[in-house]
Design a protein around this ligand. Structure first.
Ligand code: MZP
Length: 499
């Protein structure tokens, strides 16, 4: 056997040492843009992120709602692959169905909503135009539009006929009452309409949708990435049904794929990467992983991966280390793989971004991971706590919690993620089914976490992720210093425990 005698460490065992901060080092000057896929020296990556965060390829984390919410903040979700090809493709279609300019889509109210409900929603979301759909969701039937001008549903008198309005508005197209908000968005945009009448089966006018309202609510261009003005979205694939799955996901509009596996240093991954390169060349972007050392990185880099994911056994719900005794402290794995990435870049002039996957517990771990060389992060537990995650919010002894389960748990049964070519089943569990404290909206939490990242980067004198990777000073700390880092030798007022 080969022994690595240095212990492997994780994020909680390191701290950043402040660097010189000039007067320019203020949080609003920090740029968190980061590459998602590989690029040649001197060229720009085909896809980059505005914030270095992606959500985990997990049933309990990344569905279409999560993807839209995260894309809106400048990050990216990888829609989970442990579902049928059809339903995964449908989720992608839903994300791509959102026009990035239509803030309106996320503020849907039910027909029975009162004016007070609408005003409360407006205050909460900051949106002054809301769509009324029959089930209160963006994919429900569109019934009307409420604008800040009148705060009333722009429904017409029940017996108004569509043609009564046609001459007035010179519109070309009518939508049926069963039109969804997404379809209405598409029609308006495609036909460059000013106004779209919505009619019922008897040709009676139900409501009018005004393009003017949509234009008023265009999001800031800087929130948008990849020219098409639609949110970008990724999708997880496996090493079994990848041929059919990739075809369907690309047809649905997936921008980037990722092989979702607990162990990436394997020929199975090369077979998938070869398939993609043979059939799609470099036009399809695909990440691979997970690995925890330089050999694993080199293998996937040479096999053609567009990014490489790092991490085995560090996930909050992961029991792989207990079950199989494999893995590596996340910080040590990341530091070694970053070094291998830099060496590969020196040698070939190709920069392959690396993603630190799993094990982020505190916000400062995000900054540490970036400083240790990660280009972006993948987080599961973090996003599972938010309103937008697909799981149930439950009340446990007066506190709200959200469900969060691992892909290797009996609940998810994602055997393909742990597949080594044997039986098509999960032979033993590598993940648990758990609860995490409910934390509110993604927007608020991501905003807070990143404000800490920006301010720490300023303390380190760094205004961009590459600067942080190059200049950060990081120190390993002793277990006694870890104790010193929390409140100690005081009695907390809301806790009788002496720390
Ligand atoms: P965390 O952010 O919750 O700590 O970790 C999320 C990561 O854990 C995922 O992105 C994935 O790599 C990994 N994961 C997902 N399911 C399992 C499991 O069941 C797992 N063991 O380890």
């Amino acid at each position: 056997a080969i022994y690595i005698n240095e212990p492997s460490h994780t994020f909680g065992e390191y701290l950043l040492i402040p660097g010189y901060s000039s007067v320019k080092c203020i949080p609003s000057n920090v740029d968190l843009t980061t590459p998602l896929v590989k690029f040649k020296k001197g060229e720009a990556p085909a896809i980059s992120l505005n914030i270095p965060m992606t959500s985990a390829i997990m049933q309990s984390v990344s569905d279409n709602n999560m993807a839209v919410a995260l894309a809106r903040e400048g990050g990216l979700s990888f829609i989970y692959g442990s579902q049928s090809i059809e339903s995964q493709a449908q989720m992608i279609t839903k994300v791509k169905g959102y026009r990035a300019g239509f803030v309106i889509s996320d503020s849907n109210v039910r027909p029975e909503s009162t004016l007070a409900d609408v005003l409360e929603l407006k205050d909460k979301t900051g949106h002054s135009t809301m769509a009324v759909t029959d089930d209160g969701s963006p994919t429900g039937r569109l019934l009307g539009i409420i604008t800040s001008r009148d705060y009333r549903i722009s429904r017409m008198a029940p017996d108004t006929r569509a043609e009564d309005f046609m001459t007035r508005f010179e519109d070309l197209v009518c939508a049926g009452e069963s039109t969804t908000l997404k379809e209405a968005n598409d029609i308006i945009w495609e036909h460059k309409l000013n106004c779209l009448p919505v009619i019922d089966n008897d040709q009676r006018l139900v409501s009018l949708v005004f393009r003017k309202d949509y234009n008023e609510h265009k999001t800031n261009e800087s929130e948008l990435i990849d020219g098409s003005k639609r949110y970008i979205v990724g999708a997880g694939i496996n090493t079994r049904d990848y041929e059919k799955r990739i075809t369907a996901l690309l047809k649905a509009g997936a921008d980037v794929l990722c092989i979702d596996s607990s162990e990436g240093y394997s020929e199975w991954q090369k077979i998938v990467l070869d398939h993609v390169r043979k059939n799609y060349g470099d036009t399809v972007k695909i990440g691979a992983g997970n690995v925890v050392d330089k050999d694993g990185f080199r293998f996937l880099a040479e096999a053609g991966a567009d990014f490489v994911k790092v991490g085995i056994g560090g996930g909050a719900i992961c029991i792989t280390r207990e079950q199989k005794g494999i893995g590596r402290g996340q910080a040590t794995a990341l530091i070694e793989v970053s070094k291998a990435r830099d060496e590969y870049y020196q040698e070939t002039g190709v920069y392959i971004p690396i993603c630190s996957d799993g094990g982020i517990v505190h916000d400062y771990h995000i900054t540490l991971a970036l400083a240790m060389g990660a280009d972006f992060l993948m987080l599961g537990r973090y996003f599972a706590r938010f309103d937008e995650s697909p799981t149930k919010k439950v009340n446990i002894n007066g506190s709200y919690m959200k469900e969060y389960w691992g892909e290797g748990s009996a609940r998810a049964r994602n055997w393909q993620r742990y597949d080594l070519g044997g039986d098509a089943r999960l032979s033993f569990e590598e993940g648990v089914d758990s609860l995490v404290p409910y934390a509110g909206s993604l927007k608020d939490n991501v905003g807070l976490s990143l404000s800490k990242v920006r301010s720490t980067m300023c303390n380190c004198g760094c205004l961009s992720i590459p600067e942080l990777q190059k200049n950060a000073k990081i120190t390993l700390i002793s277990s006694t210093s870890i104790v010193e880092g929390g409140a100690h030798d005081v009695v907390l007022k809301n806790d009788s425990k002496i720390l």
